[in-house]
Design a protein around this ligand. Structure first.
Ligand code: NAD
Length: 459
């Protein structure tokens, strides 16, 4: 078996090796998960919940080790990595509690002759595919509900950052998860193995988090066997500051919404629309905060912004900024790359941006904030909604009624109303339009791994 070398994006040095699984090995994992399904689905919900609860406790107890591992494979700063480990563990805690709340109901047939029993059954073998930007949380957000529902799992972790996924699997094993219930595979390149796994007909659920391009490709492949799909895809979040907003709160929210994970988040604020009456104050305060960030190795205590995950990603961000400047934008701060081997890009603010600029239309996935000045918030809904994606929107206003009216009108699965952070294991996370299908987290996240069964009864 060949292996994959995992590289530290801050130093260019190898961190570790993982197996580069062949197509046959991936198919063996699916077959083993299928064998395990029959016993796992029959396990008492309380037993499944307690394994998840123990895994939560181990992750929290070992957060320092897990966070340091994540920094080495992903590059994010240590405080972001620690926050992600706790967030990731919380999915195990939440779904340990959901495991014992898989309900059904009994309905009377309208003609009164009999009863309709409605139950929830685990879908079956779930193929879960995760990206590199949240290497632990995207894995636990899928594994947690899948195991709680009684599904078995094959997790295809991102080739750039598989170490956190392997660490989570090892913790679940220590927490008592029976062998065969969860497999981590890392075929690279992944396309052939994923297609082969979907083609078996044994995989009954595909839960994917990643780019819209790959999501669309996998939906087409899953259609062949009518596989149940959940898709958490790309974002292009507007960050809207009304003229009546608390500007300091908006700046705090902007730092969170833009800079969590160094901007490499699907929920990252991608385009800022600021009312002209508060534009200059917002730009001055936000630029000062952005310019104060220190780019460096995420393990150094003085670092507040880590590198991007790869040289390719660094080049992509740099070229988006160059194009915006050539299209007339002004650099309020940043715009520089760090020297190799670090793939860093400085925290950057661009003003004078146009809605039609590439940097507004594309997902940046880096620490760059393009700002557009507007004169009429309600009249600009067409701009806020005028992109292909619809994951999350951020909105700052002191008027609660206005905030709720605008929230309803925004075409996104989630809205941060006077908040720069929406992620919460207890909340239904997901997008509309090109941002995906289905929800993760909350009770909805559990139902995504269940089929509804109806039994027509007579007695
Ligand atoms: P990606 O689509 O390139 O890769 C995601 C996963 O799919 C990886 O495991 C990758 O190895 C695998 N993959 C890639 N090509 C494949 C193919 N042809 N067949 C099968 N599998 C394949 O995305 P990425 O660059 O790793 O992650 C960034 C993207 O993920 C961004 O667009 C971001 O917005 C999105 N994302 C979305 C959410 C969400 O919840 N909506 C969360 C995090 C990231």
């Amino acid at each position: 078996m060949t292996s994959l070398t995992i590289i530290n994006p801050a130093t260019g040095e190898p961190v570790d090796h993982v197996p580069n699984h062949s197509v046959e090995q991936c198919l063996d994992a699916v077959a083993s998960a299928h064998d395990a399904f029959h016993t796992w689905r029959a396990t008492a919900p309380r037993v499944r919940g307690e394994i998840l609860r123990r895994a939560y406790e181990i992750m929290v107890a070992e957060q320092d080790r897990l966070a340091a591992l994540m920094v080495r494979e992903n590059g994010k700063v240590l405080s972001d990595a620690r926050a992600e480990i706790v967030y990731a563990a919380e999915f195990f805690r939440w779904f340990s509690e959901e495991a014992v709340r898989i309900d059904g109901d009994m309905r009377r047939a309208p003609n009164g002759t009999n009863w309709l029993a409605v139950t929830r059954e685990p879908v079956g073998v779930a193929l879960c595919i995760t990206p590199w930007n949240f290497p632990a949380a995207m894995a636990t957000r899928k594994i947690g509900p899948a195991l709680a529902a009684g599904c078995t799992v094959v997790l295809k972790a991102a080739s750039e950052t598989p170490l956190s996924a392997y660490a989570v699997a090892e913790i679940l094993e220590r927490a008592g998860l029976p062998r065969g219930v969860l497999h981590v595979v890392t075929p690279d390149p992944p396309a052939q193995a994923v297609q082969a796994m979907l083609a078996t007909g044994v995989v009954r659920k595909l839960s994917f988090t990643g780019s819209t391009r790959v999501g669309a490709l996998l939906l087409a492949q899953a259609a062949e066997k009518i596989v149940n799909c959940s898709m958490e895809l790309g974002g292009n979040a507007p960050f809207i500051v009304c003229e009546d907003a608390d500007v300091d709160a908006a700046v705090d929210g902007a730092m969170l919404a833009k800079m969590r994970n160094g901007g490499a988040a699907c929920t990252a604020a991608n385009r800022f629309y600021v009312h002209s009456r508060v534009h200059d104050e917002f730009v001055d305060k936000f630029t000062a905060r952005m310019a104060s960030l220190t780019l460096g190795n995420g393990l150094e205590p003085t670092t507040t912004l880590g590198p991007l995950v790869s040289a390719a990603q660094q080049q992509r961000v740099a070229s988006l900024v160059e194009r915006a400047v050539s299209q007339g934008a002004h650099l309020a701060c940043g715009g520089t790359m760090s020297a190799p081997p670090m793939h860093g890009y400085a925290a950057t603010v661009l003003t004078g941006v146009q809605h039609t600029d590439d940097i507004v239309q594309e997902e940046i996935f880096g620490p760059v904030a393009p700002i557009i000045s507007i004169d009429d918030i309600e009249g600009s809904l067409g701009l806020f909604n005028g992109v292909a994606h619809g994951l999350v929107s951020y909105l700052f206003t002191r008027d609660a009624g206005r905030g709720m009216r605008l929230s309803h009108a925004l075409e996104s699965g989630m809205v941060g109303l006077n908040r720069g952070l929406v992620s919460d294991p207890a909340a239904p996370f997901g997008g509309v339009k090109a941002s995906g299908l289905g929800r993760e987290g909350a009770h909805e996240g559990l139902l995504a791994f269940c089929e509804t069964k109806y039994i027509s009864t007579e007695w």
